[in-house]
Design a protein around this ligand. Sequence first.
Ligand code: PRP
Ligand code: HPA
Ligand code: MG
Length: 174
Amino acid sequence: MGEAPELSAQERAGKAFPVSWDQFHRDCRALTWRLNEVGPFHAVIAITRGGLVPAAIVARELGVRIIDTVCIASYDHTKQGDLQVLKGISEAAMKLGGGTGKGLLIVDDLVDTGKTGKLVREMLPEAHFATVYAKPKGRPLVDTFITEVSQDTWIFFPWDTALSFQPPLRDGAA
Ligand SMILES: O=P(O)(O)OC[C@H]1O[C@H](OP(=O)(O)OP(=O)(O)O)[C@H](O)[C@@H]1O
Ligand code: HPA
Ligand SMILES: [Mg+2]
């Protein structure tokens, strides 16, 4: 008997949570309302690539113009592999955060298992970490987030999706 095919994280998740551009923008603005109570921040550090979009919106709302990136890859589409730091935090941003990240705001689209967030927190232990969405395993790592979804939910972001035809419920049943 052959081995069962390995399930992707998305397949394991089961439930789908699609997010439109409009919803994402609203959620980022709601996140900023909360962050405004915590700041001011010297700079925003976006965890690429998913953190780039919320970082742009949050930085615009908070009037922060210094934005740096930490480039980490872990999921190849929906399978999580080893974390790879492709680019670290710049020296200039490190200096602004006094070497520990104090006064810096780390932004990502979501925390899932928390592996990515943990790695960045280790680089900047005193920074504030904000994500738009959080799943229970990663939630303890995040200082501020907007919406929690269950661990068995897969979030579909608007930059990964497109509008497509859906057969009507009744006629489309196979
Ligand atoms: O909490 P974790 O289980 O570590 O997962 C969360 C991370 O996974 C996704 O990034 P991904 O590695 O897919 O890269 P991307 O941002 O370039 O899409 C997401 O944007 C988070 O950064
Ligand atoms: O639920 C998710 N959606 C999109 N990307 C992800 N990366 C980890 N978890 C997720
Ligand atoms: Mg990411």
